[in-house]
Write a protein that binds this ligand. Structure first.
Ligand code: GAP
Length: 453
């Protein structure tokens, strides 16, 4: 993990948030290459789930929502972690994490009283291995609270959304009416979500501010099982075929009964083998009509769907494939990270990203900083920039510049040399094989498009 995190920092994919002030835990900023990589992943998700699917539409709902939304969804009452304080160090910890790590026990579904008892009956230490004086276990709500308007009292309290999903449920009828969709259909949304995680960490795996890509797929109640299975297969396919993630590092893991969220009749996670073990990338839940029923009750608005064929109105059931863009960036970086010996016996570090998601498609590299070369290279860059995301680099030896592009994951490097002035061609070097080919400048656009597709 350290190698991937170091590369991400060294090459400007990711920086710790507010670094010059000592950092803000649970936040990361995406630099140039990271922002482009994340955008490629989001574009690939939107393409697969909206552009290429006839029965899916897009939405971009507000982060701030009416506080009743969170009452209806159950987040005000249930969206909490069980915490325990050490009176000696004055530090707070996730009670379940300490028990699981030190006693190897799964504790999903246990009450705070049961967890407190486990602490009393076992000698549980701090994560640093120190003796502790534990308080009782208490629930701590993970939503970030703030106030709308100038008066900071409880009447003005609102929350930063902890999931994007509720925006979809609240807007579902309007989206359905305006897009004239019939069941089954889905709404896809990408957006920020916020959780006051007690133990953010493992690089960008657990953040306090992160981005979700969520689908709520509405269907007839008796078809929900079949659609749940369909989405599990489809989402697995996307990671392998579209992102190019190694199939062997992905696993579909059905939740046990104790693990299920309050809204779910069944959930399967897609886990990726991160450096610290298999962990969740995406959850695919059968949310039944839980959310629509709750919103209908709390808002007093009829949220039923009218089925022309049967003449009946009912609340659709919902399948929810929900993933985090940041976790996918992390998985993609881990999966692509490769070290291999070079011809000099040194190590060549390469990000073997699938070309379609690489942040930079091609680098344009004048062999030397000579005006005749930079002039021609600049023209090549200008001609290609409409169609491709490019890097233009003139500084350092050509070998070092190739290595830099290898670490960024750039699939192709185009070098403009002195022969280019004569033959109007460039040398194209392929990242993985390092094979080089001479390509005419007039044919370069088609050549790149072909190689990158
Ligand atoms: N609407 C359902 C929902 O929010 P979740 O399992 O809590 O379900 C869905 O979150 C996905 O969001 C996770 O699979 C993960 O990829 C991402 N995610 C959740 N919490 C996160 C965090 N603190 N940091 C980064 N990503 C997170």
């Amino acid at each position: 993990m350290e190698k991937v995190a170091n590369l991400a920092k060294r090459r400007g994919f990711l920086f710790g948030g507010s670094d010059i002030y000592g950092g803000l835990q649970g936040t990361y900023d995406y630099g140039h290459y990271g922002a482009l990589l994340k955008q490629r992943i989001k574009d690939a998700w939107l393409k697969a789930n909206v552009q290429q699917m006839d029965n899916m539409v897009a939405l971009d709902a507000s982060i701030l929502m009416h506080p009743k939304v969170w009452e209806a969804s159950g987040h005000t009452a249930n969206f909490s972690d069980a915490l325990v304080d050490d009176r000696i160090s004055k530090k707070r910890y996730r009670a379940d994490h300490l028990i699981e790590e030190q006693l190897g026990m799964k504790v999903e579904g246990l009450s705070n009283e049961d967890l407190t008892k486990i602490f009393e009956e076992n000698e549980i230490k701090t994560p640093e291995g120190k003796q502790a004086d534990w308080t009782d276990v208490r629930s701590f709500n993970l939503m970030f609270k703030t106030h709308a308007g100038p008066i900071a009292d409880d009447d003005a309290a609102i929350y930063l959304r902890p999931e994007t999903a509720q925006g979809i449920f609240v807007d579902y009828k309007e989206v359905q009416a305006t897009t004239r969709k019939k069941l089954p259909f889905g709404i896809a949304q990408i957006g920020k979500a916020f959780r006051n995680e007690i133990t953010p960490g493992k690089f960008i795996f657990r953040l306090r501010e992160f981005e979700q890509m969520e689908i709520e797929f509405f269907c007839k109640p008796d078809e929900s099982k079949q659609w749940h299975e369909w989405w599990q297969k489809e989402r697995m396919r996307w990671y392998v075929d579209v992102l190019g993630i190694d199939k062997k590092k992905l696993k579909l893991r059905p939740h046990t009964k104790d693990e299920l969220s309050h809204y779910s009749a069944g959930t399967s996670d897609i886990d990726y083998e991160f450096p610290f073990g298999f962990s969740e990338l995406e959850g695919i839940a059968n949310r039944t009509d839980f959310d629509l029923k709750q919103h209908q009750e709390v808002s007093g608005k009829d949220l039923q769907y009218f089925d022309d064929a049967s003449g009946k109105s009912f609340l659709p059931h919902v399948i929810e494939p929900s993933c985090g863009a940041d976790r996918i960036v992390f998985a993609v970086l881990c999966d692509a990270y490769t070290e291999e010996p070079d011809e000099k016996g040194d190590v060549r570090t390469v990000l073997k990203l699938k070309p379609s998601i690489a942040p930079i498609s091609a680098a344009i590299l004048p062999l030397m900083k000579k005006p005749e070369l930079t002039k021609l290279a600049g023209k090549v860059r200008d001609d290609l920039a409409t169609d491709f995301m490019l890097d233009y680099d003139v500084t350092g030896s050509i070998g070092k510049r190739y290595r830099r592009q290898d670490e960024i994951g750039t699939p192709l490097c185009c070098t403009v040399d002195f022969d280019s002035l004569e033959d109007q061609a460039v040398t194209v070097r392929e990242r993985d094989s390092q094979k080089q080919e001479r390509v005419k400048i007039v044919e370069l656009k088609d050549y790149l498009a072909d190689k990158l597709s």
